[in-house]
Design a protein around this ligand. Structure first.
Ligand SMILES: *Cc1c(COP(=O)(O)O)cnc(C)c1O
Length: 465
């Protein structure tokens, strides 16, 4: 048997991939017909494929490679830990140094009194933990009837049964018997797409007050928690109006329900501070982390909880856990990642330099005839494609048609920018430099020009009626 390596012809790798590999969130037949792009290596913000093409990865993988590619310190930390103690569990009244050290570091880094962490291997697992955790919390406090969790439409909280039920993605709910019981969804605070001619501040309040209405509808003695991303990531980088989060916070307090901030994308520097909760002045009882905590070099997730939640939870045996909760190699990698993000001032630089610079450059894209809005929060950005920008119109063509066309032009011009329907989104590594931001925006402009031309040529610049 010959080894499968980077040196095999691309077509052979693609054929083997098509034969044996089922891809997430992918139409298998469509992909297998054209063949997957084979990514072979990466350094800094740049990916290289099997044909030798370079791409500026403006998505940091899947919103996770905050520290950039190719940091040997993380590889060394993993190798050291694998040699010393590659695995041990934390179930049997046992622990180990990497888990202790990472828990301690996370308690220091997170705001307020989120001083306790339950480890998982992904954001999905952590949010599944959260469902059981908040319900167990209320059971312990003598309120087993407080079970309902309220989330938002178009939220993304993961892909397992529990976390995808928390999420509000209609395409996901359509498959496989979701959502699970006692999960409810209110509308998202997406002013550009749904605010019509209301004032954004007023709209933010209205959308937040749907939480209050939902609590009253379900009965305030029935609701365990509200969950939200400080900025909706996979939903299209949607930043709520300023009025939204303070009102959500007020309502959670008033009705005594736990607030879960899903910081899987916003955490670890993405918004220009360590956590989105700091940027938006949210004071959560539970915080979900994953992605940037290890910069994707090893799979890690977790649930941070407040002193009060931990105290209640510690009063029972929480019959929950994963084989890889607090995996020593993953924890060692995360610790090294957090050390570098901190000591090299990477998060600080996002807040003081690169995020303001990206904002200035990115917002120039709003002048493009295809762009209805261009917005930035920290080092995440989005643009809404529109056939009639003055009216924030949607396309008559099926949602995502224009977005996909634009994404393909990005790829052909050395830029990885994702589309969410007809919104284009970016979330580059936090180490991106100003000159790389210039390149990013130049390539985005070229792709927009080409997409605009193609949409015109194909008669697709038509607004939905
Ligand atoms: C990616 C994501 C998740 C799921 O994380 P996985 O590691 O893919 O399971 C959960 N919440 C948010 C906000 C995410 O962006």
């Amino acid at each position: 048997m010959t080894a499968i390596t980077n040196h095999m012809p691309t077509a052979e790798l693609q054929a083997l991939d098509a034969a044996h590999h089922l891809h997430p969130f992918t139409h298998g037949d469509a992909l297998n017909k054209k063949g997957a792009r084979v990514i072979t290596r990466a350094k800094g913000v740049t990916l290289t494929d099997s044909e030798g093409h370079d791409y500026l990865d403006a998505m940091a993988g899947l919103w996770c490679v905050n520290i950039g590619y190719g940091r040997e310190e993380l590889a060394d930390a993993a190798a050291r830990q694998m040699k010393e103690l590659p695995y041990y569990n934390t179930f049997f009244q046992t622990t180990h140094v990497p888990a202790i050290a990472l828990a301690d570091r996370l308690a220091q880094l997170t705001p307020y009194d989120l001083n306790h962490v339950f480890f998982a291997s992904s954001g999905s697992e952590a949010n599944d933990t959260n469902i059981r955790l908040v319900r167990t919390y209320w059971e312990q406090k003598g309120h087993p009837e407080k079970k309902a969790i309220i989330s938002r439409k178009n939220a993304y909280h993961g892909s397992s049964m529990g976390s995808a039920s928390l999420g509000g993605m209609s395409a996901m709910h359509a498959q496989g018997g979701m959502p699970i019981p006692d999960i409810h969804h209110i509308d998202q605070p997406y002013w550009y797409g749904e605010g019509k001619d209301t004032d954004p501040a007023e709209f933010g309040l209205e959308r937040a007050r749907q939480l209050e209405a939902k609590i009253l509808e379900l009965g305030e003695d029935k609701v365990a928690a509200f969950i939200g991303e400080p900025v909706q990531g996979a939903g299209g980088v949607i930043v709520a109006p300023d009025t939204y989060w303070p009102e959500i916070q007020r309502i959670c307090k008033k009705y005594n329900i736990l607030l879960i901030a899903d910081e899987v994308i916003c955490g670890f520097g993405r918004t220009g501070k360590w956590f989105g909760s700091e940027t938006f002045d949210i004071n959560p009882d539970v915080m979900t982390i994953a992605k940037g905590v290890s910069s994707g070099y090893a799979p890690l997730g977790g649930s941070l909880v407040s002193d009060e939640v931990a105290e209640v939870l510690n009063g029972c045996e929480f019959a929950h856990g994963y084989t890889y909760s607090g995996h020593p190699v993953t924890c060692a990698v995360a610790l090294e990642n957090l050390r570098i993000l901190d000591e090299e001032g990477i998060v600080t630089r996002v807040g003081s330099e690169t995020a303001p610079y990206l904002k200035e450059k990115w917002e120039t894209l709003a002048a493009h005839p295809l762009v209805g809005e261009a917005s930035v929060c920290g080092l995440m950005g989005s643009i809404a494609l529109s056939p009639d920008k003055a009216n924030r119109a949607k396309f008559a063509a099926e949602a995502g048609t224009a977005g996909l066309i634009c994404r393909e032009h990005c790829f052909s011009n050395g830029l990885i920018m994702r589309h969410v329907g007809d919104r284009m989104v970016i979330s580059p590594p936090l180490v991106i430099t100003k000159s790389e931001i210039d390149t990013l925006v130049e390539r985005a402009n070229i792709a927009l020009d080409l997409a605009h031309k193609q949409l015109k040529d194909e008669g697709l610049m038509k607004a939905a009626s």
